[in-house]
Design a protein around this ligand. Sequence first.
Ligand code: PLP
Length: 354
Amino acid sequence: MKKHNFSAGPCILPPEVLLKASQAVVDLDGSGLSLVEISHRSKAFVDIMEKARALALELLGLEGKGYKALFLQGGASTQFLMVALNLLEKRAGYLNSGTWADKAIKEAKIYDDIYEVGSSKNANYNYIPKGYDIPSDYDYFHCTSNNTIFGTQMKSFPKCDIPLVCDMSSDIFSRKLDFTQFDLIYAGAQKNMGPAGTTLVVIKEDILGKVSRKIPSMMDYKVHISKGSMFNTPPVFAVYTSMLTLEWLKNLGGIETIEKENEKKARLMYSEIDLNPLFKGFATKEDRSSMNATFTLENENLKETFETMLKEGGINGLNGHRSVGGYRASMYNALPLDSVKALVEIMSELESKA
Ligand code: PLP
């Protein structure tokens, strides 16, 4: 039976990408060699890395605008500290909109002074804080575009005179934004790009080189840029698969096309949550994420029936994060609209049974 994968990650990829990536593990493009055996310095892999970096910039509309794309290791969690090491001299502003933002703040505090410009922690992060000021003498402002655990998403970003840094781990390449407003974007691959193991970092080069501390080489964006994202052995499988997904997205028509699909999925999902009296959305309506829809089943007595129906319907990965409870339907780029239709049908069937 076909499974519908609503998992929050890792990772949901188009079937054709999975097929091509798995073939490459045995034989890369008929070369007779495995992707994971060839030298990362070989032309074959250097071309893959260069293509992945170029596609990332192209899809974001950042080509020729002073940005560099890197595929690094250590997950988005390593970026929490790399951002601070490379950019934090005196003080930075952070928006505390969820668990991952909170973790980014904790790491940055190791290096210097951090000011939380706004926080929704007191409401278990069910909304995006608004109406805050960002002092213009800070080193940078950090925010999280999509809060994976709580199902909230920033719909707009503050205009600020200082570098804008954004963790886009769970909604990169999912919606059209003016990406030139950001000076540094990072995103773990494992939601909209590829398997865990690589993190895309897109940096406007001119924000670097302004801190006085010594930065260890592996933590230094400048080192990675100067080595073409090959300072150390790159995670070849994760980079190759991400490249295939970016190619898939480009052939589909780019972010503009996928955004329309994502909007259809989110509209369908949220209209069921709102119209079906058995369910209640967790996030404030205006801040709802198009990637992760969080909701609860209001009648606990129906839990077992609902979960049996989900199992029989091939719905996978719908459990909410432990800090929110309930359910979370993650609708990343590669999730087909039909999967959302299948889930919504089960939810409305439950209503007719209740
Ligand atoms: N930031 C966000 C928004 C996330 O959703 C996650 C993981 O789900 C992370 C950061 C942490 O990513 P990683 O596990 O790659 O360190």
